[in-house]
Design a protein around this ligand. Structure first.
Ligand SMILES: [Zn+2]
Length: 180
């Protein structure tokens, strides 16, 4: 996978500023900002399936600042609309009978007064209601990968009544499975 040179230079600069101490040596999982790599949290609580995604804005928009041109504004609007109607992007196990309920998506880069020239993330949350949540063992992410070709890899954390799972999905794989 291609590491964005800007990310590397920022990490290097930070390491220098901190006296070259290891920057990512925390105990808690660190959501590193790596272009092409997403963090996806999947939580199943009763019938409610919640998908929470954190993505480098570059992986969704193809740029990482507030939209400036008409073309960038359209790209951003279309991407947000696709995420907010995210039923087609995520296909849970049909056995689980999940129906898309609602979703939200936004980025700090789109807020008024957002600083320009910094890395930015996009956050999305989608909710489904599942008739047979105990049957949920997989989610097909093909819709998401087709819609956003810059996404290369997802790190998923899955929390269900069956336990907690961690999975990494890398193209060309499209289906996240867990807990057999
Ligand atoms: Zn970035």
């Amino acid at each position: 996978m291609k590491l964005d040179p800007r990310c590397v230079s920022i990490a290097s600069a930070l390491a220098f500023a901190l006296g070259a101490a290891p920057v990512l040596a925390a105990d808690a999982p660190v959501h590193a900002h790596v272009h092409g790599a997403l963090q996806l949290d999947i939580a199943l609580d009763g019938p409610t399936l919640t998908l929470s995604m954190e993505a480098p804005l570059d992986s969704v928009f193809g740029f990482e600042h507030a939209p400036r041109t008409a073309a960038e504004k359209k790209t951003a609007q279309d991407a947000l609309a696709a995420l907010r109607a995210s039923g087609p992007l995520f296909t849970p196990d049909s056995a689980a009978g999940c129906v898309f309920k609602s979703a939200s998506a936004d980025s700090e880069a789109l807020q008024p007064g957002a600083k320009v020239g910094e890395h930015a993330d996009l956050d999305m949350t989608a909710e489904f209601t599942c008739a047979n949540p105990g049957q949920l063992r997989r989610i097909d992410l093909g819709g998401l990968l087709d819609r956003f070709p810059r996404i290369q890899r997802l790190q998923a954390q899955i929390v269900t009544a069956q336990g907690q799972f961690r999975q990494t999905l890398q193209r060309p794989a499209r289906v996240l499975t867990w807990g057999r």
